[in-house]
Design a protein around this ligand. Structure first.
Ligand SMILES: NC(=O)c1ccc[n+]([C@@H]2O[C@H](COP(=O)([O-])OP(=O)(O)OC[C@H]3O[C@@H](n4cnc5c(N)ncnc54)[C@H](OP(=O)(O)O)[C@@H]3O)[C@@H](O)[C@H]2O)c1
Length: 361
């Protein structure tokens, strides 16, 4: 039997949503979990190890990603993020897009980056593009509103003033969009409370978008993290120092190191970058976080760097071994079995992957 190459393995992987699918694709369950029946290369093993858990995560899944500098910034102070991390991280991001129903960005990213949010670095179906824009401030000339390569959902608040200023997207009296492509749908939420991350995920799931990638930026991912709405977080660290810029993750911290959040994680090399894959499904001790209602702070506009990343009580340290999902549901599969545990005082590094080449910027 010929060895399964990476392209063929990815084609099989991206169609898997259940163990039955996995078996049909040529995987078989053994002592160490699912493995390919036929001979595979180390690259295919890495691909499978990284993405099969997402394939099998079920109809509800929330993952997030950020690419950041060594000093924790996701863009320069002018908002330039082209590119913080290298080609291999871009390919990883596109693999994530291909495995979800929807890709979510905050208004800041839609304004600053004008992203396409489509799957181009690998094969796959484009997810629905979701723009969180409570104030309706994203200009209608942005690509997600113009190109019809994927459906787009523009999420605004009812009191957003209907945009219209400075080229912002406008909404007519019936809540419909003006001057946007037929691929654009508008979801008008009653108030800012409806933008609370878990409520948002529920609203998306009701529209058939249960598997979601929160792609950025820092404010948006931090809010989802703060609200414990994420199953998994991918942070790719590039060997670059920016000095200042747009911050990545920010949440109410701790005063002492022993209380720092230490979720289970594993790491891998992506060219010159390091990918941290963080399992956030474990239950966490401490007080439950208050729900964020209403405005949580001063909205950031393009060119401004006073950001609200969500506040409130600090996140507690994760307990290894739990399997509770963000909404309290047990998640399928063994508790974080696919993720290398990192216990307090016992750091075991799992070097998964290999140096795959030079980073291209
Ligand atoms: N390196 C990377 O991986 C990466 C990825 C993406 C983006 N970026 C960079 O990050 C920068 C933008 O990031 P950012 O942190 O400034 O902004 P952002 O997260 O893209 O957008 C934040 C804004 O989105 C809206 N929003 C998001 N989630 C919301 C929620 N749950 N409820 C209500 N509103 C919500 C709010 O809009 P209002 O302010 O209107 O209330 C919020 O201020 C850009 O420079 C971009 O290049 C980097």
């Amino acid at each position: 039997m010929t060895a399964l190459d990476e392209t063929a393995a990815w084609e099989r992987l991206r169609a898997i949503r259940s163990e039955v699918d996995a078996e049909a694709a040529g995987l078989v369950r053994g002592d160490g979990g699912l493995r390919w029946r036929q001979e595979v290369s180390p690259e295919v093993r890495i691909l499978t190890d990284r993405y099969l858990p997402l394939c099998l995560a079920g109809p509800r899944l929330a993952v997030a990603q950020l690419g950041q500098s060594l000093d924790g910034f996701i863009a320069t102070r002018t908002g330039d993020a082209d590119y913080v991390t290298g080609e291999e991280d871009r390919a990883h991001l596109h693999h994530l897009r291909a495995l979800v129903d929807a890709v979510v960005v905050g208004a800041g990213t839609a304004v600053a980056d004008d992203p396409q949010l489509t799957v181009r670095a690998c094969t796959g179906t484009n997810p629905v593009r979701v723009v969180l824009d409570p104030h309706g401030r994203v200009p209608s000339q942005r690509r997600v509103f113009i190109d019809g390569s994927a459906p787009t959902l523009w999420v605004v608040a009812a009191d957003s003033g209907r945009g219209g200023e400075n080229g912002s997207v406008g909404v007519d009296g019936s809540g419909r969009h003006r001057g946007l492509g037929a691929h654009v749908d508008v979801l008008t939420l009653p108030d800012r409370a409806a933008f609370e991350p878990r409520s948002l995920l529920d609203a998306l799931a009701r529209r058939g978008l249960g598997r979601v990638l929160i792609e950025g930026g820092g404010v948006t991912v931090s809010r989802f993290l703060h609200q414990r709405a994420l199953d998994r977080l991918y942070v790719t660290v590039a060997p670059v120092l920016l000095g200042d810029g747009v911050p990545g993750l920010r949440f109410a911290g701790t005063s002492v190191m022993r209380d720092a959040l230490r979720p289970p994680m594993r790491r891998a090399h992506l060219g010159e970058d390091t990918l941290f894959e963080i399992d956030l499904r474990t239950s966490q001790p401490g007080e439950p976080l208050p729900h964020e209602h209403g405005e949580t702070g001063q909205a950031r506009r393009e060119g401004e760097h006073s950001v609200d990343h969500g506040d409130g009580q600090p996140l507690g340290r994760a307990q290894a071994g739990g399997a509770e999902g963000p909404c309290g549901d047990a998640l399928p599969g063994a508790p974080a079995a696919d993720v290398q545990r990192q216990h307090h005082g016992e750091q075991r590094q799992h070097h998964q992957g290999q140096q795959l080449g030079q980073r291209s910027t």
